[in-house]
Design a protein around this ligand. Structure first.
Ligand code: F3S
Length: 282
């Protein structure tokens, strides 16, 4: 039996940068709080908690802290301009680990909306990254999540539209939605802001899943990019499994397995991927 792990499995550049920054900060004297869990991975979050790193989920929680000796870390998803300004207005030191690729989207939507354009975001309305992007729009904005909502889309104004996407949006879905919008003859400036790390990860996973007898997708149950990876793999490989930890590896797998493929979401640490790999090889 052969076990192949996709080269792009695991932490992307932006997540690694954010996690490394928090580990470095935890060595200092100030109290560190991340605004929301730094990644969707309980092992890493628990480890950071043991090193004294706390999590705050709202501005109200931040208000209860002492700005004099507290650092607030913005995670790679980014936050809205309002939250950013509110935290800095309370006098806290902010360490902003918003991924530069997400930052670029914030700047694009802010500039386009200040120019009077309407903004259209392709993504999940509940996802913190999408909420953050919305929060940098200074004018009308709508979110499209799927092909169905693209079909019923109506612009809010007659102005030009700038379209961006969540960095982890599915590239096939992106193309389908753009095609629908273009055929609607709207004046749309399309910016494909899907991150390359996501695209590479999705392409490699799809290629591996189409050859594998069993496909293992590792990631946090709340991680939307891992869920999307799972969907892509499941469409190609009947025996695709979503696991979060080694404990989930008790799988009912078919008897004659020749190739096992492994991939992992952007917040899955390398050591977990290696452990899963080792389990299969044993
Ligand atoms: Fe950044 Fe792309 Fe990762 S946007 S956080 S490098 S998935």
């Amino acid at each position: 039996m052969e076990v192949i792990t996709a080269r792009s499995a695991g932490f992307c550049f932006g997540v690694r940068r954010a996690v490394d920054t928090v580990y470095e900060l935890s060595e200092g004297n100030k109290k560190i709080y991340t605004f929301g869990p730094i990644i969707h991975n309980e092992t890493v979050v628990n480890d950071l908690s043991e090193r004294g790193v706390g999590i705050v989920d709202s501005l109200d929680e931040i208000r209860g802290l002492d700005p004099a000796d507290t650092v607030i870390v913005i995670r790679s998803h980014g936050v809205s301009e309002e939250i950013y300004d509110a935290v800095s207005g309370m006098g806290f030191e902010i360490v902003d680990t918003t991924c530069p690729f997400v930052k670029r989207i914030h700047e694009a939507v802010r500039n386009a909306s200040e120019d009077g354009q309407e903004i259209l975001i392709l993504g999940s309305p509940d996802h913190p990254e999408v909420q953050g992007i919305m929060g940098w729009c200074h004018g009308p904005v709508q979110i499209i999540e799927n092909v169905e909502s693209a079909r019923s889309y109506k612009p809010l104004t007659g102005r030009p539209i700038t379209l961006v996407s969540q960095t982890t949006f599915n590239h096939k879905k992106f193309e389908d939605i753009v095609e629908i919008l273009i055929s609607g003859e709207y004046n749309v400036n399309v910016m494909n802001t899907i991150c390359n790390a996501t695209l590479t990860r999705q392409n490699e996973a799809e290629e591996l899943a189409s050859r594998a007898d069993v496909m293992i997708v590792i990631g946090g149950k709340h991680s939307s990019n891992t869920r999307k990876l799972y969907d892509i793999c499941a469409a190609r490989c009947e025996h695709t499994y979503f696991i979060e930890t080694l404990d989930d590896l008790n799988l009912e797998v078919p008897k004659s397995v020749r190739l096992v493929g492994i991939t992992a979401g952007a917040s899955t640490p390398q050591n977990l991927i290696e452990e899963v790999q080792k389990e299969w090889k044993n």
